[in-house]
Design a protein around this ligand. Sequence first.
Ligand SMILES: [Zn+2]
Length: 367
Amino acid sequence: MKIAQFTTAFEAIAPPSIAWKGDNIGLLIGRPNQAISNILVALDLTDEVIAEAVKKRVNLIVTHHPALFHPLKSITPSTQTGAMALSLIERNIAVYAAHTNLDSVKWGVNYSLAGSLGLRNVRILSPIEGSLSSVTVFVPGTHADAVADAMHAAGAGMFEKYDTCSFRSEGVGTFRGGKGSDPFIGTIGNVERVPEVRLEMLAEQWKLRGIVSAMLKAHPYEEVAYNITPLSNRNTEYGLGAIGELPKAMGRRSFLAMVKKQLRAKALRYTGPDRTIRRVAVCGGSGSEFIREALAQGADAMVTADCKYHTFQEFEHSLLLVDAGHYETEVGVLPALAEAIGTIMSAAQHRGRIFITQSSTNPVHIF
Ligand SMILES: [Zn+2]
């Protein structure tokens, strides 16, 4: 399997379009046409991770945090990033980053964190907006099923637990073919009135190109009448943070002990009243900006990281706010990431191995 094939397959399950604008994801180092041997997954790229990759004959490292983020003016050993980039290029090791797109999928960082805490009925805390469009096409009734099937196969009309969702209404289409036209129905120069179906479906915007191309291919008309309307609807399939319920309500002390144990955190920073905890919001990494959303959705507690002093102060009387550490709230995604990559590799009948790094890449230490 080549890196380009891997990239295409991976981006179908963690679309780049759902990543934050300005994030630096995708293939950061390497040639798309290079054949993959073994793969190593890690939260961060460090010297230890590179040494492990060399030892395990890995030629593709997949990290959560982008190894290259700020533009480099030189690639020399004088900076840590430059030294690592050089070392990787010299050893023919490619690097791929799945960052905020991995945060925003249901198999990613936040669902893994919710799973570690045993939450049930988990849903996205802050669904993304502006990712959906409505596609409407006018088609003669005889071809409505064929066009609909082609559009569904390209990913239109799929929602959470439903697929093949569409709306059809019947009406009359009119047209007159001009000189040089080849109308499927009627004759050149005549105004035709044809019974047509108005076929509508919702679709994620990154699938539109494929959907339109499949629709045009299945449609009998020379010139197809269709329109695409961007929507402001929230897309509950993707987004940041997660929220769910504990199987059994617990007090503050038991909850803190459970979080500490489950996330293998050496210490927790927290604030908030000693109330019964049932509904819990999570956001792996820096999630302070979603605390208000968690409160609005009735969360009794929120587990995240990188909280500032004044953030603790602001929510001191509102909910149990737990800062469990950036690394600790994200590292649980590595098995899910390795599993997703494993599925891609087996579908391509690739025999290489997938390793989860054995070194802790946490730069924060507790004394
Ligand atoms: Zn992070």
